[in-house]
Design a protein around this ligand. Structure first.
Ligand SMILES: Nc1ncnc2c1ncn2[C@@H]1O[C@H](COP(=O)(O)OP(=O)(O)O)[C@@H](O)[C@H]1O
Ligand SMILES: [Mg+2]
Length: 233
């Protein structure tokens, strides 16, 4: 049961949206997902309240530094993927969640490329590796990408980041009405009505490709020995 955490010290980077798209798509594909809502603003918990029970999805609200490890330990046998949604903060809860993760996803808005919030998380990951010898896999996820952004521009952004040694997911998350509507109306991409949501098919395909890439990158039943022993401690 790998732990995937969405982190960016900046609010509005697209963390919660990316986390929910991934979580609901994995659940849709049959994986049991537990979302740990560690953002005091409770966006995902609110989504869950509006949506009601969803097959394969559990949402745990008001996750704190003290309770985080316990939630993972208690639910590990019934969870294929933990997804942690963090506040846009630089606090101890963010650092703790990152330390318990198998993979950290860092959403960066493709249009803005304002990477300061991302840089903070990358610094934190660097310090964990340098000072504690804990190496946590991580990737930048380009999000809110304009559908018109060319392959060439994408390649340039990736080259820029990989020159700094940062892995970038091949699948960007596009700017889509459907990804906003999930929060406004509840439900999932699978339950939305294509007659009412523009380009729903494209949003669904985007989510499918994103999940596919994440499944390859972070396989379901393999857990890094390091993260496991840190949890057992
Ligand atoms: N791919 C997307 N398509 C359309 N709107 C998006 C997308 N990603 C984020 N947004 C919108 O941008 C705002 C910030 O996104 P959010 O996921 O809440 O960021 P964060 O969790 O990092 O604060 C929200 O209003 C959200 O609806
Ligand atoms: Mg958020």
């Amino acid at each position: 049961m790998p732990v995937i955490t969405f982190a960016n010290a900046k609010g509005g980077a697209g963390k919660t949206t990316a986390a929910l798209i991934l979580a609901t798509e994995l659940a849709n594909q049959g994986y049991r997902v537990t979302i740990l809502d560690a953002d005091p603003q409770r966006w995902i918990s609110h989504w869950h309240d509006v949506t009601g029970r969803q097959r394969n999805i559990d949402v745990i609200s008001e996750v704190s530094m003290a309770s985080l490890q316990g939630h993972i330990r208690e639910n590990r046998d019934t969870t294929d993927y933990f997804i942690i949604d963090l506040a846009g903060a630089r606090d101890a809860l963010v650092a703790t969640a990152i330390g318990l993760s198998d993979h950290v996803m860092i959403p960066v808005q493709g249009c803005a490329m304002d990477a300061r919030g991302a840089a903070h998380i990358l610094d934190l990951l660097g310090q964990l590796a340098e000072k504690a010898g804990i190496r946590i896999a991580h990737s930048v996820v380009l999000t809110r990408m304009n559908a018109l952004v060319t392959t060439r521009a994408m390649t340039a952004i990736k080259a820029l980041l990989s020159a700094k040694g940062v892995h970038v997911l091949d699948t960007p998350i596009a700017e889509r009405t459907a990804f906003r509507d999930i929060f406004d109306c509840g439900g999932t991409l699978a339950t939305m009505d294509p007659a009412k949501v523009s380009n729903l098919d494209k949003a669904r395909e985007n989510a499918r490709l994103l999940a596919l890439e994440v499944l390859r990158l972070v396989p379901a039943r393999r857990r890094r020995a390091g993260a496991l022993s840190r949890l057992a401690a």
